[in-house]
Design a protein around this ligand. Structure first.
Ligand SMILES: Nc1ncnc2c1ncn2[C@@H]1O[C@H](COP(=O)(O)OP(=O)(O)OP(=O)(O)O)[C@@H](O)[C@H]1O
Ligand SMILES: [Mg+2]
Length: 255
């Protein structure tokens, strides 16, 4: 399991995370919701060791990833994760198949080119993409690119999958295809996941629990039904998407 304890992070004088606590139990999909710029992506990056905290611990199966400085040990922990980046982050110069195989070859040194490409094809099929491995990412639609990103995230059969905005920018039907895939990965493969989204339809569908990040802290945590029926005015405003309520949107940094 993953245990985040008292996580603090600032950039310059801007405090982003001010004591985040969150436990992710095995087999669940936790979704972190919250406004733009509240630190959702930053939280995910700490979980996979791409960012180091100012203070706090992130225990992955009992090992504090923030305290691991030995490259080999960090690599071992990062190997447990698949990461679907916000915006998919594919290499435009590589084919779709090469993109999916790339991570696998990095994480499983010694795997042959051919074996990696076979896994790539298998994972692409799993996300509903067939006969696309020779195409370039620029030839694909946004939804297809997300699916390629997902195939790449799961190529090495990770124990944990981290999804940053898996459905943002997709039409409702394509979003639902991605949502179903996320649910299927949990149900069929027992994968433990953490997702970040502003898409409440997706959050309600994929999550076992939902956590809301606001002003650097987790201010609410509950099942989708609990979050949907919350009486917390901050959570209520966010999940109903209202501009009226206690959350004020800053239009300028000085506001
Ligand atoms: N590497 C960095 N250097 C400096 N500031 C950063 C860095 N990464 C993030 N930030 C700042 O931290 C804050 C939180 O960013 P983050 O990307 O986590 O937001 P988010 O909640 O994911 O927002 P969105 O929903 O728009 O993706 C922002 O103010 C951002 O500018
Ligand atoms: Mg983000």
């Amino acid at each position: 399991m993953i245990q985040i304890r008292n996580l603090w992070k600032k950039f310059g004088s801007r405090r982003v995370l001010c004591g985040v606590d969150l436990d992710i139990e095995e087999g669940e999909t936790i979704t972190i919701i919250g406004g733009s710029g509240t630190g959702k992506s930053v939280t995910l990056k700490h979980m996979v060791g791409l960012m180091a905290p100012d203070q706090g611990t992130i225990l992955v199966d009992g090992v504090d990833i923030a305290a691991v400085h030995h490259e080999e040990e960090l690599f071992k922990i990062q190997n447990k994760f698949g990461f679907l980046f916000q915006g998919a982050a594919l290499f435009d110069s590589l084919t779709v198949g090469e993109n999916v195989a790339f991570g696998l070859k990095n994480l499983r040194p010694g795997v042959s080119e051919r074996a990696a490409m076979n896994v790539a094809k298998e994972k692409l099929a799993l996300v509903g993409l067939h006969e696309v491995e020779h195409m370039k990412p620029s030839e694909l639609s946004g939804g297809m690119r997300k699916r390629v990103g997902l195939a790449r995230a799961i190529a090495h059969d990770p124990k944990y999958i981290v999804y940053d905005e898996p459905t943002t920018g997709l039409d409702p039907i394509t979003s639902d295809v991605i949502n179903e895939l996320i649910v299927e990965l949990r149900r069929k493969l027992g994968v433990t996941s953490v997702a970040v989204t502003h898409d409440m339809v997706s959050a309600y569908k994929i999550s076992t629990r939902i956590a809301m990040l606001y002003e650097g802290k987790i201010i609410a945590l509950g099942t989708p039904a609990e979050i949907q029926n919350t009486s917390n005015p901050y959570v209520k405003q966010f999940v109903t998407g209202s501009s009226h309520g206690p959350i004020k949107i800053k239009l300028r940094e000085s506001d």
